[in-house]
Every structure is written in C-alpha cells, then in structure tokens.
Design a binder for this molecule. Structure first.
Ligand SMILES: [Zn+2]
Length: 460
C-alpha cells in the first residue's frame, strides 16, 4: 500500500467512524420509542415549578396523566436531563423505585396488572439547577438576563435539546399531551435592582390562558417539605387546552406589562396578548401592528389559527425567538429583518420583522402539524419559511414574494440531507429552512392552480 492510499484509507475509516458512532446511548434513549415509552400514551401534563432566582435553581413536580395503549411492560422511561435530580416518583399514588441512566429515569415496578381503559398517573418530584443556555435558542437551556433596569429577566429555550432540560416528561415529539397542560409557576412578587436600588414587579408568563395569580401560601425546600414564605411569592396558573409539543412549553419571568387586544378571525374572537418589558410598551404597541394583518393573511392561506382556546401571544424574550405555542418568544429588539439584516438578500426581507412573521407561522407548521421526529423537522422549518413569502404576497404582491423566496435560496448550502438520522434525536441540515421552502415553491408551481394549492395548505 502506497503512503497515499494508506492516507486516504485512514481518512475514509475516520469519516466512517464519525458517521457510524456519532450517537451515544443517551441519543438512542431520547430518540427511539423504546420499551419504557411505547406502551403508554401521554394525555396531560400538570407541571408545577418554583423558582429560586438568586440560586438559579428550581423545585418542581410533573404529574403525567396517561392511558395504556398496548401490552404493558414493567418499566417506564421518564426523561429528566442532568444535573436535575429526581427526588420521588409515584405511579397512581404509590411510591416507586427508580434509577438514573444518563438523562433518563427508569421506573421499575409491577405495572402488568394496571387496569386498561382508565387513566393513570406518574408523578415525578425533582429539583436542581437547570443547564444554562450557551447560545440560545439554538444551544438552549435557561437564559438569565437583565432588562435595562438590571431587573432579572429569565426564560428557557430547548428545541432539539429537549424539554427534559427543565421538566420530567416523555421527551419525544410524537407523543403530545392530547388534553393539553397546566403550568403553575411560583415566583417572587418583586425583585430589587442593584443598579437603580428600586423594586420591580415580576410576572411569570407561560403558554395558554392565565387562569389566576394567587399568593403562594407555602414554599418547598429541596426535600419537598413545605414552609411559609418569608417574603411575597405568587403562583401563576396557566392552562393550555390543546395538545402541545414538549419543547413549546415554556416560561418567561420579568418585569412585564400586558397589552391586551382581540381580533375577529375565522373561528370567532381571538384573544391577542403581548407581554413586553415595562419600558417597551409604547414601542411594542406600534411595532406589533403587523400582527393582525399577518394573522388574517395566514388564516386565508393556511386555515383558522389553530389555538383559539389558548389565544395568541408574543412575549418579549431574552433570546432571539422560538415558536412556543400560544406564547411566542420575541427577541428581535423591535427591528425589521432578522436582527436588522435581510436574510433573503433581496431587499424584501428588511420590510418586516422576521421573528414575528416566522415564529407566528410555526403555529400552523411545527405546533399544529408536528413532525414525529426531530429528523423530519424540515416539515416545521420548510413550510414555515415558505409561509414567510405568503405574508410578503399578502403585503406586497406576488412579484416581491417570488423575489423574497428566490433570495432565500441563496442560503442553501447543500452540505448534507435536510432529513436527519431517525431514532437518535438527530436534526438534518440547516438547509431545511430554505431548501424546504424551495420544495413548497416548486409544488405550487407544479400544481399551477393557486386555489388548489391554498386548499392543500388549509387541509389540516
Ligand atoms: Zn423556525
């Protein structure tokens, strides 16, 4: 073997090693429908989280209501990423033994004699300091930030990484809670700023409808023992009526003000709420004027907004954005384009706020229609990226929409397939945005009948 052949053989082997062994056991547990997952179906999550902002830690519980859908296996897999600690697990109220295996908790019991046809309940109590985001929202986790008054501003983003970075769940896109979720957030009523030496009121925003805010009568310690709070704490109760992706469930804590509005849409009166930092209220009222015409445009092309029961919300976030269902994270700092520049290179992309237009389109594609696996997330991003051009078509006409679409194709890298590897929680190429959109553009051209194309998009 010549040196040259040997060199290329080694390179080939290394490439193969890279592609063959790039996934570990944790990836397989996250990405596959294994024995601890496949026999039960999530019906509802009842999540409660208490925040210690000073220590950057949480104490919480999630009650998972589920039904049995196939032959019972005596093991339950609950995803809860390290360094979070599971303290206690009960099934139908009975304490269970469990052990940790990378980012999973295995609950082992005698489940075989569980009654079929009725609902059951797994409750996990947990605590810890969730991972902090390195580069949110792409490399997610908790973001601890401050507003202009140096008042705490906190949020979480976890697409791909998984919701188990902050709460125990079946962390898989194919099993959404059919009957939605309740989210209770316990936070201090106010926080003082070292910068201004003033107290600021805090709000805790989440998905769905705010049912009530009540003073917390107890606080938990890490052993889940309750005591009376020394200072004022409140519990914010949010209710999500619709099925929801795990990664879409979220929270935002900060010195927010609410701007409430309504819109008469295809399914009736839609509640629209903006939660923005107190100092940005006037700016937001002006900047968010695009929301109603955008929603009307999307309803025309895509069908009724999918979550009337849960309302539509934009929530100012300490990171760029995320499609959190009925509580979209907005972090584009009231700029046009994508962080102020035109990612379509067509001069059309700077005529609107990309984050509002893109993340809102996800309510139809991503949140309403969800890919079962991360590997198929081009369904979220490709259709959503194409939908941006439908907004342009509504606002500026077909010529600009085409210019915008073709401009975005310049971002296509052709580096690897847009479909990732199945069963290992793998995401495909970032081409899923613009090449996915090009695919939908091509389908529209091939159909060559806008009415049929529109009916196809509305058919869900
Ligand atoms: Zn997106």
């Amino acid at each position: 073997m010549t040196k040259k052949i040997a060199f290329f053989s080694i390179m080939w082997y290394l490439l193969l090693v890279n592609t063959t062994f790039a996934y570990n056991k944790a990836d397989t547990l996250r990405g596959s429908n294994g024995n601890g997952r496949k026999w039960w179906d999530v019906l509802k999550y009842d999540l409660k989280v208490q925040f210690d902002l000073a220590n950057k830690s949480i104490i919480g519980s999630n009650a998972i209501i589920f039904s049995i859908k196939s032959a019972i296996i005596d093991t339950i897999q609950i995803d809860l990423q390290q360094p979070l600690i599971a303290d206690d697990v009960t099934v139908d109220g009975k304490k269970q033994t469990f052990y940790r295996d990378s980012n999973v908790i295995w609950v082992v019991g005698h489940f075989s004699n569980m009654e079929q046809g009725i609902n059951h309940n797994i409750e996990v109590q947990y605590h810890g300091r969730p991972v902090r985001a390195v580069n949110p929202p792409w490399n997610g986790g908790f973001t601890y930030d401050y507003d202009d008054n140096q008042c705490s501003w906190v949020g979480v983003s976890c697409q791909g990484l998984g919701a188990s970075v902050w709460y125990p769940c079946k962390d898989a896109q194919w099993d959404e809670p059919n009957n939605g979720m309740t989210i209770t957030l316990c936070i201090p009523d106010s926080i003082s700023s070292n910068y201004t030496k003033k107290l600021y009121k805090l709000s805790a925003i989440s998905n769905g409808v705010l049912e009530k805010v009540v003073p917390a009568t107890t606080l938990l310690d890490t052993n889940h023992h309750a005591s009376k709070p020394k200072e004022g704490y409140s519990e914010w109760y949010w209710k999500v009526a619709n099925p929801i992706n795990n990664y879409d469930a979220t929270f935002y804590i900060g010195n927010y003000v609410n701007i409430h509005d309504t819109m008469m849409g295809e399914k009736g009166l839609l509640a629209i709420d903006y939660w923005v930092l107190a100092g940005n209220k006037d700016k937001a009222i002006e900047h968010f004027k695009v929301v109603k015409p955008m929603l009307h445009c999307y309803e025309y092309w895509l069908g009724a907004y999918p979550f009337y029961e849960d309302g539509y919300k934009l929530v100012e976030a300490p990171y760029l954005g995320m499609e959190h269902q009925s509580a979209i994270a907005y972090g584009n700092k009231y700029k046009l384009g994508y962080k102020g520049y035109d990612r379509s290179h067509s001069e059309v992309g700077n005529t609107f706020d990309y984050i509002i237009i893109h993340e809102s389109a996800h309510e139809w594609f991503g949140n309403n229609i969800t890919a079962a696996e991360n590997a198929d997330n081009w369904i979220h991003e490709g259709l959503t990226t194409y939908t941006e051009s439908l907004f342009v078509e509504c606002a500026n006409g077909v010529a600009d929409a085409t210019k915008f679409c073709k401009g975005e194709w310049q971002n296509i890298k052709n580096d690897k397939p847009i479909i990732g590897k199945y069963s290992v929680n793998d995401d495909g190429s970032s081409d899923k945005y613009d090449k996915g959109a090009a695919l939908i553009f091509m389908i529209r051209k091939l159909i060559n009948d806008d009415n049929k194309f529109r009916q196809m998009l509305r058919c869900h």
